[in-house]
Design a protein around this ligand. Sequence first.
Ligand SMILES: C[S@@+](CC[C@H](N)C(=O)[O-])C[C@H]1O[C@@H](n2cnc3c(N)ncnc32)[C@H](O)[C@@H]1O
Length: 259
Amino acid sequence: MSSHSSYNTIPELPELYDSIPLYNSRRDVDLYVDLCRETGIALELGCGTGRILIPAAEAGCVVTGLDQSEYMLARCRAKVEELPMETRRRITLVEADMTRFRLSRTFKLVIAPFRPIQHLTTIGEQLNFFRCIREHLEPGGKLAFDAFNPSLASLAAPINLDEIEDTPELSLPDGRRLRRAFRIVRKRHAEQCNDIELIYYLDGRRIVQAFPMRYFFRFELEHLLARSGFEVTSLYGAFDRSPFGNDSPDMIFLATRIS
Ligand SMILES: C[S@@+](CC[C@H](N)C(=O)[O-])C[C@H]1O[C@@H](n2cnc3c(N)ncnc32)[C@H](O)[C@@H]1O
């Protein structure tokens, strides 16, 4: 298993993850689900609680979801069990590390939505990730993934350990109160990593998810893809498929496996 497994240490995390509007209202679903619908057979790496995987299956795609977190997968599995049998039959879940897995089959499309790649801090892990993807794609198969476009201003800003609230208090369905904040506790420019804390306050309990967040620059990802046997076919700057530019919030790569 990869060393960065903050998703495997906090049993409550999947429920909290699903309750954060910044996550459950992300505007990336249509792009990924459209790609899945067009290709019909897909593998999702870092599928988490099924935020993309389930609508992709509902759209008719036969989809395998892979994640290394037993907690995220357990919540995903519970949701899948509630689906009509016809949809359930299109879904397979696998617990594995996306930098070293072998499924003994290939797909037409691999997706890695909402930045799983940013959990991979070393070039070795990143190359293994792309190698595994390549091995699981048909020749000519497609890859789609995203990372945030680092803001130079925020990278250069001095460390401030104050917590910044990103989710004002809300009520969970059972009445518990949840709010969330985050902070960057260390900036390691030499490794292109920020040490992040996501801080959940659940009925007064303080639950901290701490992990290193790798940031990437556009041409670094283009070089990694070229080195791994992929050709970039599109680079979008937002999920409305607008072109990548100076102030784009995201980098959304579509690439094709070179045979
Ligand atoms: C931000 S969540 C995204 C989940 C889902 N794709 C979504 O869009 O809601 C990142 C996911 O990547 C998974 N992950 C991180 N490192 C991983 C690894 N090395 N192998 C497999 N999954 C990993 C985490 O367990 C987590 O579920």
